[in-house]
Design a protein around this ligand. Structure first.
Ligand code: SAM
Length: 284
């Protein structure tokens, strides 16, 4: 492209197992003029392991807008830069987007050096459909925002993938269980590539039990994969509370009235409630 300008390499690093570094990643980290790293101390350990001594600058979520401007200038002067995050592929729930955007906008070469990525590793071993999936990054931190997110999205027929922290994994599954049927397929992929790697493929109800009962299942790093809803349930996904209100109303009202009143009381969609009420009446 612009030969006199430097190239930006976006380099994936391991997500736990140091051996998951590609030969090409090692070569690039050796050869570039500068490595922009999320946490320079953390990356230094990786570099030491591979005998790489190179200049490091810090680029993290709190400084990346301004730091990226400085790095762009260096690229323009012809220096080549490797961008790495603490683990896995930069930009995937990690810093780097402003720098990559700026470099692209300036017409510079941006070269991916592919490697580890937690969501792809988890999907590759999950045994759930991967032909269509949505990666949602980290879920909202509050319970009410998570429930809203689940209600809005988990009725769709394709696979969903999330990152979740050990502090919220149990609460996340508890919230999901209020919105999504307990039989829904789910994979909890924990500590991938590390000593305590655990990949549990089960259904939501059992996952909730395992995570609640076993302290070890609340330790480490997590990828959560949720199977898509069967297509015919798409319009029938209601929370436990919405179902309860609907059931009570159905004892006294017609399907139509119960659905209208339940929509007013719970905020759920009338069409969804109507279909659920019909199913309840027919004993499904
Ligand atoms: N950029 C990284 C990637 O390519 O996967 C992800 C960075 S994000 C800040 C960190 C989150 O990814 C963790 O909180 C966890 O949800 C997930 N993660 C990273 N490493 C993991 C591992 N070894 N096992 C399971 N999940 C992991």
């Amino acid at each position: 492209m612009l030969a006199e300008f430097g190239k930006l390499y976006v380099v994936a690093t391991p997500i736990g197992n140091l051996a998951d570094m590609t030969f090409r990643a090692v070569e690039v980290l050796k050869q570039v003029d500068l490595i922009a790293a999320e946490d320079t101390r953390h990356v230094r350990m990786l570099l030491q392991h591979y005998g790489i001594s190179n200049k490091l600058v810090s680029l993290h979520q709190h400084n990346e807008d301004t730091a990226s401007l400085g790095l762009l200038e260096k690229l323009r002067t012809g220096l080549s830069i490797a961008l790495v995050s603490d683990a896995g592929t930069p930009l995937l729930s990690d810093p780097g987007m402003p720098l990559v955007k700026m470099a692209k906008a300036a017409g510079l070469d941006v070269i991916p050096i592919p490697g580890a990525c937690a969501l792809i590793a988890a999907l590759s071993a999950a045994g759930l459909p991967v032909s269509q999936f949505t990666f949602a990054g980290f879920l909202p931190r509050t319970s009410s925002a998570r429930k809203t997110f689940f209600a809005e999205h988990l009725a769709s027929p394709h696979t969903w993938v999330f990152y979740e922290s050990c502090h919220r994994i149990l609460a996340c599954l508890q919230d999901m269980a209020e919105i999504v049927p307990l039989e829904r397929g789910i994979v909890i992929a924990r500590e991938l590539t590390k000593l305590h790697e655990t990949i549990v493929k089960t259904h939501l109800g059992d996952a909730l039990r395992q995570v609640a009962d076993n302290d070890n299942m609340r330790k480490g790093e997590f990828v959560v994969i949720v199977e898509g809803a069967p297509p015919d349930t798409e319009e029938r996904l209601l929370s436990t509370e919405q179902e309860r209100v609907l059931k009570v109303l159905l004892q006294a009202c017609s399907v139509k009235t119960a659905a209208s009143l339940a929509a007013e009381i719970t905020g759920a969609k009338k069409k969804q409630l109507y279909q659920a009420a019909l199913a309840m009446q027919s004993g499904q």
